[in-house]
Design a protein around this ligand. Structure first.
Ligand code: ADP
Length: 489
């Protein structure tokens, strides 16, 4: 099969969160299984160009009709750790992708509407007829709309669309002016309850809703979250739409790229190890402490790595830091937020804790440091309010770092509490709590820190049980292929 991924992120060149890991990891798995995969991405100025091999122009002057006129684009091709990627570079005064960040601009809806249209225009002009177009999140929700309503009529009959929702909170809710920009026009037709009209704001359009309505298949990233999106407020207003389309909606757990995330060969950590050589993990703990100037005492390191978003339970992360420091543990945080107020709060906290040698807060995005923390920490917290899948806990398991999570979405599907779980004892792999409050996170952290200090052998056994899990792409890749087979022509 020829499968084309259209996405706004791909690890490690353009990565904000788990979406990037999924686009890269799933593409790799599909290729291993004999498919041809191409990934179409925006050519952001702020990308990690050091991860692209052989970047070169392969198509000049792709004319993408836009508004009353059009925008010329240059298409680049290059390989990101073996994956073939096409990068779209538009030339217009808006400078859609020549910006300091990936997201967070007032014209984000226009930027990604343009990207979606340019991706299809490229496939049309180059006569590529993918069997499957797999697009992701709100940024590419317009792809199936444009394909079905516009590009189909120009000869793109063959392609079927699989649409994966990684985060229901961000839906691309925007004004109807995007219809004239993309040349879909016919406002009354599209701004209709059965098509793109937002379910909450009566004057707005919703890209994600368009993605759900027009795609041949829709997935989200864990079974539990598929249920939550259908039956609770975690569908963020799209529950009704999902119900209407529930026969084509399914949860498929994300996998983890076991080549990239492998402590046995990870080039970004100084001491390599496996379950059989676990003691070497502690070489990484030493290096992490040296790098972050932490005390070398007999204490576990508890970490948080991730976006600092209300979704992630920032108030509980903050509480977790103080709880760790007051209870014989050290804390390392690596994270950043597109919201200035949250970033400022954490900068203040960093300043407040500056002299504490049991704590380091790193506000920013740092792939290299993330690998060292996964390898050097003893535990990781994920007190999410909601979590569609979560990759951080899967990476932590792989690196022998015990996850302490709130039981929601993909976290509930993958982490099983050591003390309270219906799983057999030897299949338990971390700590989980229910309530999103201080008592909840404290109860789990207390048990984890207690086991580390008082029963090191049992803590080690818990690590090994976690390392036994296989959350690679193997099974999930199969599920995606099954889904593709079900819809392809
Ligand atoms: P989400 O997709 O909601 O952001 P996930 O847990 O699914 O969360 O994926 C997060 C991914 O992004 C992981 O690979 C994690 O290591 C990485 N990540 C998040 N924040 C940072 C950061 N500040 N620096 C480095 N890597 C980060």
């Amino acid at each position: 099969m020829l499968i084309v991924m259209i996405a706004s992120e791909c690890a490690p060149v353009s990565k904000v969160g788990g979406l990037a890991d999924v686009v890269y990891g799933l593409s790799r798995e599909l290729e291993i299984r004999g498919n041809e995969v191409e990934i179409i991405l925006p050519k952001y100025e702020c990308m990690r160009y050091d991860h692209i091999w052989g970047l070169k122009i392969f198509y000049q002057d792709l004319w993408v009709p836009w508004g009353n006129s059009g925008i010329l684009c240059t298409l680049w091709v290059g390989f990101v750790h073996g994956r073939k990627c096409v990068f779209i570079e538009p030339h217009s005064k808006e400078n859609f992708f020549k910006r300091e960040h990936y997201y967070g601009f007032p014209d984000d809806a226009m930027r990604f509407a343009f990207f979606s249209k340019a991706a299809l225009e490229y496939l049309l002009k180059t006569n590529r007829h993918p069997d499957i177009i797999h697009c992701h999140d709100w940024q590419t929700g317009l792809v199936p709309v444009l394909l079905y309503e516009m590009y189909n009529l120009q000869g793109m009959h063959h392609s079927r669309v699989c649409y994966t929702i990684h985060n229901f909170k961000y839906q691309g809710v925007t004004g109807t002016d995007v219809l004239s920009a993309t040349k879909l026009d016919r406002t009354e037709y599209y701004h209709h309850h059965d098509r793109l009209k937002d379910n909450t704001h009566p004057t707005a359009l919703n890209f994600m809703k368009g993605g759900i309505v027009y795609s041949n298949y829709v997935t989200t990233v864990s079974q539990k979250h598929a249920w939550e999106a259908l039956h609770t407020d975690q569908g963020y207003g799209l529950g009704d739409t999902l119900h209407k389309h529930k026969n084509k909606f399914r949860g498929i757990l994300n996998g983890l790229d076991y080549e990239v995330w492998n402590p046995e060969i990870d080039p970004l950590i100084p001491h390599h190890y496996t379950a059989a050589t676990l003691d070497k993990k502690y070489g990484n703990k030493e290096v992490l402490r040296d790098k972050l100037l932490l005390n070398k005492e007999f204490k576990p390191i508890i970490a948080y790595i991730g976006r600092l978003d209300t979704q992630k339970g920032v108030h509980l992360i903050r509480h977790g830091i103080f709880y760790a420091l007051q209870n014989e543990a050290q804390f390392v945080l690596l994270g950043s937020s597109p919201e200035r107020s949250i970033n400022n709060d954490f900068f203040k906290l960093k300043y407040e804790l500056n002299d504490n040698e049991d704590c380091h807060l790193e506000i920013g995005f740092d792939e290299e440091l993330a690998h060292l923390i996964y390898a050097g920490a003893d535990m990781i917290i994920m007190p999410s309010m909601y979590e569609p899948c979560g990759l951080t806990q899967l990476i932590a398991l792989r690196y022998g770092t015990v996850p302490i999570v709130r039981k929601t979405g993909g976290l509930a599907d993958t982490i099983f509490d050591r003390d309270y779980s219906s799983k057999p004892f030897t299949a338990r792999n971390g700590y989980a709590f229910h309530e999103a409050d201080f008592t909840g996170i404290e109860s789990a952290m207390r048990r984890a820190i207690g086991l580390w200090h008082s029963y090191p052998e049992q803590f080690r056994q818990l690590i090994l049980q976690g390392m036994q899990y296989n959350y690679s792409w193997h099974r999930s890749g199969e599920y995606y292929l099954e889904s593709y087979e079900g819809i392809r022509l």
